[in-house]
Design a protein around this ligand. Structure first.
Ligand code: GLC
Length: 793
């Protein structure tokens, strides 16, 4: 079947009768038999399981949902004439042969007439979109944030290999990630529908048929989880509770990453580190793309180019720069090559139906693929990868080509479980299981450490193991624009730790595009510059002093706000909120439903990057400086403009002009931003001294600051504390109160308040853990992101 094709609803057979056998409902007709049962899963979430009797087997192959939520508490159906009702803790489900009706947290959703059906082993659920005025999530997608009127083909694909034209477009489908999760919005009510089936699926939110939402699965069991709102954060948090939240990353992974296909020698890596130092740009990691290997053979090094990788990486580490290597799943099929031989011996590779090793064609030529669904193969892989990481002193793992990309070999021939399990059961989960096996390698090396993994392909739940980047984009304005909704929707779909190739991967970046991309992406959860081979180099200094200065400013913004980002990651791990959020996450009103060219970081920082280049959008000349203009929607309340150093009144759209070195950035009244004011030395950051940048105009400011050791997993065993902070202005006095919980040694971090633009304030009353101090504010200025705006205490 071609991409984007669906099954016409008229091709589905519709059940005519409903029968009840113990707790299972059966809907049947001449050529359809669907078995449905219901379970309460967690607060505000229930599951309907759909088994299609035509499916070859009735096993749920998905690993999306956390093991603890896979069973649930069965809900007994109550029969009423020719229908049944499931009364769950969170709402009600009415089911007849003709209709499914869900009622959850104040929202009702029902299928259209003939809205439940089967076509062979495919399933159709066709809901009426009555009152629905927005749709979000869908995992990693192109196009816009609001998916109403759009559709998604949930099948993971090596996009550029299949669709070579993608660099010129921003509307292609599918992508590298498949997450069949939709969030419906009806007025101010939100509801989540997660269709847990790891096979290919179509989500169509009114594209083919306005007013109807189609879910079509292509075989297998579908577990439909309904997740209650009523607010968007409640839906997203429930989904994250169900499928897992990302563990805390190492601090270095939150810094700036530099990559290119490929840096080719040890000398080039050393030179890069020196260039970063000379350009005065911090960098936390340098990345090895495929050319570090010996003829693309996994877990090897090209020893001519990299005679002693461990020594090189240790040298980089002493400069605060970590090393990340690409690791593809494809193992060169070459008898005598130790990795191939040992994998073959362990029967670790995918097979065809007749039990042959499945062979694809990737970088090294004929290639076999580990069957990560087998525990034994995962153990084999983990051991091999751990050795490689340890011997080369490698810090992070970049999992690529795991969609899986098999070159011109048909993927369908690749089967799992020693050839017994058809490809489609695990296709969308190939990367997911690869991430599990790879994380296990890191666990072997450091059971209490924080590994960093990045994957191209992913499914629901992969966020538990790895961050995700959005694959091969291109160096053009369309792709920059598209990066915002794509990352925002990924975040709403549980994958909080994500980001695009900054600067664009394919084609050549221009100076202006590179600058704007760094600005737009500098507060994305993952921040990496990456480019394809033969493209124009796009390291920060490649376009001369002015672009470099602007890029440096963006990268420094990242490092200065790294304590804030870390707090966002902590909050994500605790609650499931995304790091970057569309404005509709916190503000209600129709004006936010489609707003996806600006975003929030946490709930306090609003970023509205310039997304067009000179000559391609509104621009003005101001005092001889060319500025690009855009419209920005500021939600109600006060917002501090970090470029102009002044408070703006929100609740309106404004026209805003930004010079090349300006990123429109606004801080909400009532925010306290933890800020790193120390020396910028690559990944070395001493967060024992943190400034608290206080933005108080009319509102009191608040922050819960989580304290932990920032390097181990002890936080997962409860070894963290919280410092509750409140700040208020009373006449001439700024009152700041910090109360640390006793769960973590109080006083571990020294907090220094900094106040913005408050000429009336002369004195600080600081109370830390009930000890009160008074300080006079210094009249001096304080630099914030390279500009003197604030007053230090
Ligand atoms: C794939 C990756 C890209 C990488 C290249 C070479 O296209 O998506 O990031 O640079 O392979 O390894």
């Amino acid at each position: 079947m071609f991409f984007g094709q669906k099954i016409h609803p008229l091709n589905f057979d519709i059940p005519e009768a409903l029968t009840l056998a113990s707790d299972v409902v059966e809907l049947s007709g001449p050529s359809v038999r669907l078995r449905i049962d219901c379970a309460d899963i967690l607060a505000g979430c229930w599951r309907l399981r759909f088994e299609n009797a035509c499916s070859a087997d009735q096993q749920q192959y998905s690993d999306a949902v956390l093991p603890e939520w896979r069973t649930g508490r069965p809900v007994a159906p109550m029969q009423e004439a020719d229908a049944v009702r499931f009364a769950t803790a969170a709402g009600r489900i009415d089911l007849s042969a003709a209709q499914l009706r869900l009622e959850l947290a104040g929202l009702t959703l029902e299928t259209v007439a003939a809205g439940i059906g089967a076509c062979g082993d495919n399933l159709l659920l066709n809901f009426a979109l009555c009152g629905v005025d927005g749709c979000y999530g869908f995992g990693e997608r192109t196009r816009r944030l609001n998916k109403l009127g759009d559709s998604a083909d949930c099948l993971t694909v090596d996009v550029v290999a299949v669709f070579r034209h993608t660099y010129a477009r921003d509307d292609y489908d599918p992508t590298y990630v498949a997450i069949p999760f939709a969030i419906l919005k009806a007025g101010e009510h939100f509801l989540g529908l997660f269709f847990d089936n790891p096979g290919r699926a179509v989500l169509d939110a009114g594209k083919s048929q306005p007013g109807e939402f189609w879910y079509q699965s292509f075989g297998g069991v579908t577990d439909l989880y309904a997740l209650a709102g009523p607010t968007l954060p409640e839906v997203v948090r429930r989904y994250a509770a169900l499928t897992g939240r990302a563990p805390l990353p190492p601090l270095w992974a939150l810094g700036y990453h530099q990559c290119r296909w490929s840096y080719r020698s040890a000398a080039e890596f050393r030179h890069l580190a020196a260039q970063f130092a000379a350009a005065d740009v911090p960098v936390s990691a340098l990345w090895y793309d495929i050319d570090y290997m010996d003829r693309f053979r996994l877990f090897t090094w090209n020893r001519q180019a990299f005679p002693d990788p461990a020594a090189l990486n240790r040298e980089l580490q002493t400069a605060g720069i970590r090393a990340v290597t690409i690791v593809d799943p494809g193992v060169k099929r070459e008898p005598g090559y130790a990795v191939y031989d040992s994998g073959r011996e362990q029967q670790a590779f995918c097979q065809t139906a007749s039990g042959r090793e499945y062979v694809g064609k990737v970088w090294p030529g004929d290639t076999v693929f580990p069957d990560f669904t087998l525990e034994s193969a995962r153990a084999w892989w983990a051991e091999r990868l751990a050795l490689f990481l340890r011997d080369g002193a490698v810090d992070g793992v970049w999992l690529d080509m795991n969609d899986p990309a098999t070159g011109y070999s048909r993927t369908e021939e690749m089967r799992f479980g020693h050839g017994a399990i058809p490809h489609d059961r695990y296709h969308n989960q190939y990367a997911h299981f690869m991430a599990i096996a790879s994380r296990a390698a890191c666990d072997q090396l450091d059971p209490d450490g924080r590994p960093f993994l990045l994957t191209r392909s992913a499914g629901a739940g992969t966020q538990r193991y790895s961050a995700v980047w959005t694959g091969d984009n291109a160096s053009n304005w369309k792709h920059l624009r598209m990066a915002l909704p794509c990352s925002l929707n990924l975040g709403l779909s549980g994958v909080a730790f994500n980001g695009p190739d900054v600067g664009g991967f394919m084609d050549d970046a221009s100076a202006e595009l590179l600058v704007r991309w760094h600005q737009a992406g500098c507060l994305f959860p993952f921040f990496r510059n990456h480019a394809i081979r033969h493209s124009r180099p796009q390291e920060p200094w490649q376009f001369g002093p002015d672009p470099l200065a602007a890029i440096r400013g963006a990268i420094r913004t990242r490092y200065r706000l790294l304590p804030y980002l870390y707090q966002c990651f902590f909050a994500h791990w605790r609650e499931g909120d995304p790091i970057i959020r569309p404005l509709l996450y916190h503000y209600s009103g129709p004006e936010y439903a489609n707003l996806d060219d600006q975003y929030l970081v946490g709930d306090a920082v609003l970023v509205a990057p310039i997304l067009h280049g000179e000559g391609h959008g509104p621009e003005i000349m101001h005092c001889g400086v060319k500025m690009q203009e855009r419209s920005i929607l500021l939600p109600p309340g006060g917002w501090f403009d970090m470029n102009r150093g002044e408070w703006l009144e929100g609740g309106r759209a404004l026209h805003y002009a930004a010079a090349l070195d300006e990123l429109p950035l606004f801080i909400r009244d009532g925010a306290i931003l933890p800020y790193y004011a120390g020396a910028l030395r690559n990944s070395f950051m001493d967060l024992r001294n943190v400034e608290l940048h206080i933005f108080c105009r009319e509102r009191a400011a608040r922050l819960d600051y989580f304290l932990d050791d920032q390097e181990s997993r002890r936080y997962q065993r409860g070894a963290y504390g919280v410092a509750r902070m409140a700040a208020e202005i009373d006449g001439e006095q700024l009152q700041v109160e910090i109360t640390e919980s006793s769960d973590y040694p109080p006083g571990t971090v020294c907090f220094t308040p900094v106040i913005y633009d408050h000429p009336a304030v002369r004195e600080l009353a600081l109370t830390v853990n009930s000890r009160r101090e008074r300080r006079w504010l210094q009249a001096g200025q304080r630099e914030w992101l390279c500009r003197a705006l604030a007053v230090q205490v």
